[in-house]
Design a protein around this ligand. Structure first.
Ligand SMILES: C[S@@+](CC[C@H](N)C(=O)[O-])C[C@H]1O[C@@H](n2cnc3c(N)ncnc32)[C@H](O)[C@@H]1O
Length: 318
């Protein structure tokens, strides 16, 4: 983690280590070449796929809130799936983007639940390959769900194409977070929503209002996630308690990075505030109409009227 790049330090990997200073084992680069930024993520997605131990630790840390089928490398639990389902307000057939999708479980689960289409991307080719393989387990085919390699800072998404974008625990390693939010915002159709997990340390002021405004988005909801810090505490303690098994099953280097993360993050978790942010692109305003209308995102009010209500930021305690 580079504190200079973030005001939201936190356990944003759940598996992904601090990028090692050199080409460590597992980094897939030729000798003498600078390791790719994706290398540590590739190494850890590979390591995780080798064993069920990491998934079992997540299951134990989350308890009844663990959505086993999703098998995320993040803080994604049943309450988060429920919140995202409610906040996205997707119409059938609309496009959902999963940014920093990892092995794809969250986007695939939401796509099946909401009857939409999915485009997921991640820096790691290993994660993208695994996500693509997992499609059929969710009953989805290539016409409904596709994954590709891309960087959050330059995702190359089609302008105004997505009704919803999710980004779960993936912004943390991004060098220019403002640029990433801006790029994701550009890909939203009018009225579309960008859902981001964010966290701030105790005593730190969040900057997400300014970040949203700079990207031309409104903060529609800030949903508190009071269970998130405790989940990380339990998970990190499990890693530390079972360090020897971890080394044996994921390999020496991935385990070392996980344990470093656990020791580094544990002391920072008390007082941490975790939220799900819902940012919205304003519905399009046709020239001369004097009112907003639902755009390509297709958001409608319960009466079937275009959803043109003012989007006052809403704090929603759980
Ligand atoms: C903690 S994992 C979360 C993955 C997934 N969202 C989930 O919840 O299971 C973070 C993911 O972000 C990806 N990632 C990190 N930096 C990225 C970037 N600049 N662009 C795209 N993906 C990135 C990593 O490869 C990793 O798969």
């Amino acid at each position: 983690m580079n504190p200079a790049t973030t005001n939201t330090p936190g356990p944003r990997t759940g598996l992904i280590p601090v990028i090692p200073p050199g080409p460590g084992p597992g980094a897939q680069s030729a000798p003498g070449r600078v390791p790719s930024r994706a290398a540590p993520y590739d190494a850890f997605h590979t390591a995780r796929a080798r064993t069920t131990l990491v998934a079992r630790f997540y299951a134990e840390a989350m308890g009844a809130d663990h959505p086993a089928e999703v098998c995320a490398s993040s803080s994604c639990d049943w309450p988060l799936l429920g919140l995202m389902t409610a906040r996205l307000r997707m119409s059938p057939g609309a496009l959902l983007v999963d940014a920093g999708c990892g092995t794809g479980g969250i986007g695939l689960w939401l796509t099946r639940a909401l009857n939409c289409r999915l485009s997921g991307f991640d820096l790691s080719s290993v994660a993208v390959t695994q996500a693509t393989r997992r499609r059929t387990r969710f009953g989805l085919h290539s016409g409904r769900a596709a994954f590709h390699i891309a960087d959050l800072e330059h995702p190359g998404l089609t302008l105004a194409s997505a009704a919803g974008i999710i980004c779960v625990d993936a912004l943390g390693r991004v060098t220019d977070r403002d640029a990433a939010v801006h790029e994701l915002g550009r890909a939203l159709a009018p009225g579309g929503r960008l859902l981001l997990t964010r966290a701030v340390r105790s005593g730190t002021a969040p900057t997400w209002e300014e970040q949203a405004r700079a990207a031309g988005l409104m903060v529609e909801h800030v949903d508190e996630r009071p269970g998130e810090p405790g989940m990380w505490q339990r998970l990190y303690r499990l890693w530390i308690t079972h360090a020897d098994r971890l080394r044996a099953e994921v390999g020496e280097v991935p385990a070392r990075h996980m344990l470093e993360e656990a020791h580094r993050m544990l002391p920072t978790l008390s007082g941490r505030r975790a939220v799900l942010l819902t940012l919205r692109r304003p519905p399009a305003d046709p020239p001369g109409s004097g009112r907003a209308v639902a755009g390509a995102a297709g958001t409608m009010s319960p009466t079937g009227e275009p959803d043109a209500r003012p989007a006052a930021p809403e704090r929603t305690p759980l």
